[in-house]
Write a protein that binds this ligand. Structure first.
Ligand code: FAD
Ligand code: SIN
Length: 525
């Protein structure tokens, strides 16, 4: 069965939802998403969304903070574009119904996070992403042009390679027509043809053993585009959040927002001593790459399993008011954050690289756009500044929607695409093989391609991953398609790209730190 649609969107986080609201003014939209419609990294965002709202903050200060965090390889033109549009796009989010906390005087209660020189993070308590996802879905449900197909898993995009024949001035080689999608209720694989296709599949935290990301974050979009010969860049820059709650056995790891450090929380070793002054003058509020590396170093040299975040000196009522979910979560584990230290460890958190796109969110595959965490725009460089990702998603949904509406005008559907010639299933027979291989990939990536790398570790990771890749491809060819099998395949593809990019970068920069090429200085603009 073939479904035909004007705009196909893969993913229902902030990127997919905000883009849908824009393109739906111009045609029929089909949004597919592999779990419940609200399940996404977006839903778990805590700290908030960075935007310039009032003086003494300024666009220039936010631009410089982003450039410094990015360690010298941000695309400055893109940084300026995104930050200069921040106020307008955040106001649009507010107009769609998202609510952010205000002070008693009626101004937005702006928080501060690592690497920010001013208070500029709009937030809704400590569950900002939940509020954004709620508001966008409510607006979407009112729109008659938008259909959401939940529990629909995109297996691969449909592309044709024109082998050098000029199709248009942008993309001479590859064209995208839609996607093969496994309907997890019927187990049928459907062909969805579209005039334009948006990849908004988010991150890939589950490439690593410890992550803050929900289970949907398996790098599907990057892997699909990579298999279709699309351009992927910057994957060596995987961001580890410094402070996830140390609670062995819990996966994903619960995040302790950076905003807690912005509020005055201080990192300490388990004997109660501060240590960040040894690493950076900004101490606990240095950019994330520096803080995560410092914690990793303290844990390794001292032989400890975690460090502490100390909030005991902070105003109790204000702390609970600003971070009610963090307070409740810790309390449920017997930790009263107003009286006790919080044990924390770094965890894989954000994919700074991804599908290479231009200013309009266009990938190098004609009619395929990518925005949000699965894309690489040039904004983050070697290290994302906290709370810049939600912002990047809404700025690019605006740009990409304009481009896609324009590009879709001259497009006809490609009926020649064959349907998938088999069915799928929700539950693969050989689950034990998949689970074991997944654990092996995650262990390889955590031990050899984590916060600190070396040539020999990367070589070992590459060799070990090759075995898993061959085993899984063989399984893929002879087994009925299932989401778990596809996700494992995607995770292996993404792990391979991270290792490949890490081996190509012969320097330590931002999030990519290797003992073979030690870092001498941090970038200062
Ligand atoms: P997502 O929100 O992850 O959405 C991806 C969507 O794609 C999901 O709906 C998923 O189900 C779907 N999908 C994936 N693969 C497939 C497939 N094969 N088929 C169909 N559907 C698929 N950023 C900030 O700026 N500020 C913060 O305070 C902040 N806090 C964070 C806290 C946590 C715990 C985490 C995990 C992240 C945080 N981030 C924060 C990062 C930010 O939340 C994400 O980068 C952002 O939400 C990504 O949005 P997205 O729309 O690109 O992807
Ligand atoms: C946090 O609240 O610490 C997460 C912020 C982010 O990832 O941008």
């Amino acid at each position: 069965m073939k479904r035909k649609i004007d705009f196909l969107i893969i993913g229902s986080g902030i990127a997919g939802l905000s883009y849908a609201l824009k393109v739906a003014q111009h045609g029929k939209v089909c949004m597919i998403t592999k779990a419940n419609e609200d399940e996404s990294n977006t839903k778990y965002a805590q700290g908030g969304i960075a935007a310039v709202m009032y003086s003494p903050d300024s666009f220039e200060k936010h631009i410089q903070d982003t450039l410094i965090a990015g360690d010298g390889i941000c695309d400055e033109e893109i940084v300026r574009m995104v930050i200069n549009e921040s106020t307008e796009r955040v106001n649009e989010l507010i107009a769609w119904g998202a609510k952010f906390d205000k002070t008693e005087s009626g101004e937005y209660d702006l928080a501060k996070e690592g690497g920010h020189s001013e208070h500029r993070i709009l937030h809704h308590k400590d569950n900002t992403g939940y509020e954004i996802e709620r508001a966008l879905l409510a607006a979407i449900h009112k729109h008659e042009n938008i259909e959401i197909l939940d529990h629909h898993f995109a297996i691969d995009i449909l592309t044709q390679h024109h082998l050098g024949k000029e199709v248009n001035s942008r993309t001479p080689d590859i064209e995208c027509y839609g996607a093969y999608v496994l309907n997890l209720r019927s187990n049928k694989i459907e062909t969805i043809l579209a005039k334009t296709i948006l990849m908004a599949t988010g991150g890939a935290g589950h490439v690593y053993s410890i992550t803050t990301n929900p289970t949907i974050a398996t790098g599907d979009g990057v892997a699909m585009v990579y298999r279709a010969k699309g351009r992927i860049e910057g994957m060596e820059f995987y961001q580890f959040h410094p402070t996830s709650l140390y609670n062995p056995g819990e996966s994903p790891s619960f995040l302790i927002s950076e905003a807690v450090r912005g509020f005055g929380g201080i990192l300490k070793t388990i004997d109660g001593n501060e240590f960040m002054q040894k690493y950076d003058e900004r101490k606990s509020l240095a950019p994330r790459d520096i803080v995560a590396r410092a914690i990793d170093n303290e844990m390794k040299t001292r032989g400890d399993d975690y460090v502490y975040l100390d909030c005991r000196h902070l105003d109790k009522a204000e702390l609970i008011k600003h971070f009610p979910n963090i307070y409740e979560k810790c309390l449920s584990l017997g930790i009263d954050i107003t009286k006790d230290f919080i044990p924390v460890v770094p965890a894989a958190h954000y994919m700074c690289g991804g599908i290479k796109v231009d200013k309009e969110g266009r990938s190098n595959i004609n009619l395929l756009y990518a925005i949000g965490e699965c894309s690489s725009t040039g904004l983050h460089g070697a290290n994302r500044l906290a709370s810049n990702s939600l912002l990047e998603a809404i700025v690019y949904s605006h740009h990409a929607s304009i481009a896609a509406v324009e590009d879709s005008k001259a497009i006809n559907f490609c009926d020649a695409i064959p349907d998938w010639d088999a069915e799928g299933t929700a539950h693969p027979e050989e689950m034990v093989l998949l689970i074991q291989s997944l654990r092996e990939v995650q262990a390889i990536m955590t031990n050899y391609v984590g916060i600190v790398r070396s040539d020999i570790r990367l070589q070992r990771a590459f060799d070990r991953l090759e075995i898993l890749y061959k085993e899984n491809e063989a399984l893929y060819l002879k087994t009925i398609i299932s989401p778990k099998l596809c996700e494992l395949r995607n995770i292996i593809n993404v792990a391979y790209i991270i290792i490949k990019h890490a081996r190509e970068r012969k320097e330590s920069r931002g999030l990519h730190y290797t003992v073979n090429y030690p870092k001498t200085t941090n970038y200062e603009s």
